[in-house]
Design a protein around this ligand. Structure first.
Ligand SMILES: *[C@@H]1O[C@H](CO)[C@@H](O)[C@H](O)[C@H]1NC(C)=O
Ligand SMILES: *[C@@H]1O[C@H](CO)[C@@H](O)[C@H](O)[C@H]1NC(C)=O
Ligand SMILES: *[C@@H]1O[C@H](CO)[C@@H](O)[C@H](O)[C@H]1NC(C)=O
Ligand SMILES: *[C@@H]1O[C@H](CO)[C@@H](O)[C@H](O)[C@H]1NC(C)=O
Ligand SMILES: *[C@@H]1O[C@H](CO)[C@@H](O)[C@H](O)[C@H]1NC(C)=O
Ligand SMILES: *[C@@H]1O[C@H](CO)[C@@H](O)[C@H](O)[C@H]1NC(C)=O
Length: 589
């Protein structure tokens, strides 16, 4: 079967971990075990507890129905998770800092249960039933003001009970309330927990957030509201927030009123919503990552109508009389965005003017839209008769998988001045032939040929993925003048490859994938490729490894599922080269 030993270096650097434990630790463990053997409860302890050290005990998953008696009072960390504990009485562990009671059946915590835990900083109560016996449970929680981290996820909590549980929490830094039944957040919710830095409220039923709920939490940096029922963000005012997750709601638009505050926002996740427009973000922000995948942006038939749509919604909401201002573009131009995910939206045309404002943008995922073609529909300011050229001056990675793309305007390719990775998997792109001399520019005829794409324009291009494009002919010089390091041509069934197809990239090409192309040895003619270290020829009808590969310092070659007669035969053919010694052949037959 498959010999998958393709990675040769590195493995020997790992020593067997069982042999590498330090002598001191082993001695300590031995001593500990001996001590326990002589103690009274040795049987229980040795069976039931894995003792890390005296300050920590782990009773995870021990079918406990109550807290074990006689716990060592010096304990700092106690894990009682995954048991069947239903009631909690007073704990007398004055040094305890961390308590994990998650995944029990807790529904009654006695009022004084936590009173003697003066040092408690972390409390995990997730997966219990704390919405019962509210009076007692909430008093117990109110008695600990020292907490820094609290997890109350999956407890069936209503808005009211959450509010009671959050009283007297002035030291709380991190709060998690995933999977409860919160519906409406008001300013009273966090009134006594106003030092919060991270709040996770995903998977609730939140549909209303009153003004003033989060604004007073001056240290709030991370807010997760994913998987709720939010429909509109009418005025985003949380200038202190760095990371906002609003994914999996039903949000139709996101707006922030223009002001001169500097917002700290760096990451905004609006994926899996119902956005029709790009968000209107704060004018001054620090946004680096914007997630907009799985929305309906681009459904309106043109970029112009989308932009004016967003602007008129803004004017309506902010009841501003001046309709003429383009807030969307004005604010987008100032945004230091590096990454935007627009995959799984409804674009039929590429939003050239909007995205070209993002002068720092390095990565754009535009996969799974409905582009079919990228034409250069840019408004001209004058009637000079020529096309205005825009640029994507920092864009290095462009993903356009599964768009039904047939043609790409040469103005668009020209705009990609820094492009390194271009993923065009699952489209219908045909690479143009290039008939000029080595040094010549692509010809006008070629540039305006609507039926092919002139990759020769992309001189910075290093990684090109053209798998599954129904490429019929790979013409001579198809990638001339690029800097290709890797090329993926898999799944182009019936592709004919010209002898000179890789002309111009022979010296740079390191990885080549021609698998699942239904090729025979006659169809496959590779030139000398002196940089090639990875080659995938699997799933073809090849019976003979091209002799030109003796030029290549191959480290990995996959020739599974081909027509080789025997292993020996194949090996024999590749033996003449010295480099061949490094080859790790994947399954041959
Ligand atoms: C609390 O416990 C649950 C389940 O054991 C775990 O998934 C979660 O990460 C813990 N919470 C914190 C804040 O560590
Ligand atoms: C609030 O917490 C402090 C410190 O943990 C505690 O002393 C006090 O009794 C608590 N207040 C209430 C009302 O329980
Ligand atoms: C936002 O939350 C969703 C759902 O919980 C999660 O899958 C996603 O990774 C989060 N986004 C970011 C940017 O962390
Ligand atoms: C978009 O492409 C980037 C880069 O490959 C990837 O990390 C991200 O997961 C993609 N997004 C989706 C929704 O597939
Ligand atoms: C592969 O090529 C052969 C002829 O060489 C042809 O008969 C067959 O239909 C092709 N297979 C596919 C999946 O196109
Ligand atoms: C070669 O390509 C096939 C099909 O595309 C893939 O399944 C296989 O993992 C690839 N081999 C290597 C070594 O990456």
């Amino acid at each position: 079967m498959a010999i998958r030993g393709c990675v040769s270096s590195g493995a020997s650097q790992f020593t067997n971990s069982r042999c590498s434990s330090k002598p001191e630790t082993m001695v300590r463990h031995l001593l500990l075990n001996l001590l326990l053997l002589f103690s009274h409860n040795c049987d229980i302890f040795i069976d039931a507890v894995k003792i890390e050290d005296l300050e920590e005990q782990t009773w995870n998953n021990h079918s406990l129905h109550s807290v074990p008696q006689d716990l060592d009072t010096r304990l700092k960390r106690l894990d009682l998770s995954n048991n069947f504990i239903r009631q909690l009485q007073t704990l007398a562990l004055p040094y305890l800092e961390q308590l994990d009671l998650s995944s029990n059946q807790l529904d009654l915590i006695s009022k004084g249960a936590f009173e003697n835990l003066a040092q408690l900083e972390q409390l995990n109560l997730s997966r219990n039933a704390l919405n019962n016996n509210l009076g007692s449970n909430s008093k117990a929680l109110q008695s600990i003001g020292t907490l820094r981290r609290l997890d109350l996820s999956l407890n069936g909590l209503s808005d009211y009970s959450a509010r009671l549980f959050l009283r007297n929490k002035t030291s709380l830094d991190e709060l998690k309330m995933t999977g409860n039944s919160l519906i409406r957040l008001s300013r009273r919710m966090f009134q006594e927990s106003n030092a919060l830095r991270a709040v996770t409220l995903d998977d609730n039923l939140i549909s209303v957030i009153e003004q003033g709920t989060f604004e007073p939490l001056w240290q709030l940096e991370i807010l997760n509201l994913a998987q709720n029922n939010l429909a509109h963000i009418c005025d985003f005012t949380l200038i202190q927030l760095k990371h906002l997750n609003l994914s999996h709601n039903s949000i139709e638009f996101f707006m922030s009123r223009e002001n001169d505050h500097m917002y700290e926002l760096e990451v905004l996740d609006l994926s899996f919503n119902k956005l029709l427009y790009f968000p209107i973000v704060p004018k001054m922000n620090q946004l680096k990552f914007l997630y907009l995948q799985n929305n309906m942006v681009g459904s309106l038939n043109s970029e112009a109508s989308m932009v004016s749509g967003a602007n008129s919604v803004y004017s309506d909401i902010m009841s501003e009389k001046i309709i003429s201002k383009n807030n969307l573009h004005a604010n987008w131009r100032l945004m230091p965005l590096l990454y935007i995910d627009l995959s799984y939206n409804h674009f039929t045309s590429f939003p050239l003017e909007t995205l070209s404002r993002l002068s720092f943008l390095e990565t754009l995922n535009f996969s799974y839209n409905c582009l079919q073609s990228i034409t250069w529909n840019v408004r001209n300011y004058s009637n000079m008769g020529y096309q205005r050229q825009l640029y994507f001056p920092s864009l290095k990675q462009l993903y356009m998988k599964s768009n039904g793309l047939v043609n790409i305007s040469h103005f668009f390719l020209k705009a990609l001045t820094k492009i390194e990775t271009l993923n065009l998997e699952d489209n219908s792109v045909q690479p143009c032939a290039f008939k000029g001399h080595l040094s010549s520019e692509p010809t006008q005829q070629m540039l305006f040929n609507k039926h092919c794409v002139a990759f020769q324009q992309l001189s910075t291009l290093k990684h090109l993925i053209l798998r599954k494009n129904n490429i019929r002919i790979l013409h001579a010089n198809a990638f001339q003048q690029t800097s290709l390091h890797s090329l993926d041509l898999a799944g182009n069934i019936d592709m004919a490859m010209h002898l000179g197809a890789l002309e111009g990239v022979q010296e740079t090409l390191e990885s080549l994938i021609i698998s699942e192309n239904n090729m025979t040895s006659c169809d496959l003619s590779l030139p000398c490729l002196p940089a090639l270290s990875q080659l995938n020829l699997s799933n073809n009808h090849i019976d003979n490894i091209p002799s030109s590969l003796s030029c290549s310092p191959l480290m990995e070659i996959d020739i599974r599922n081909n027509a080789f007669v025997s292993l020996n035969d194949a090996c024999y053919r590749i033996k003449p080269s010295d480099h061949v010694l490094q080859w790790k052949l994947l399954q041959l037959l």
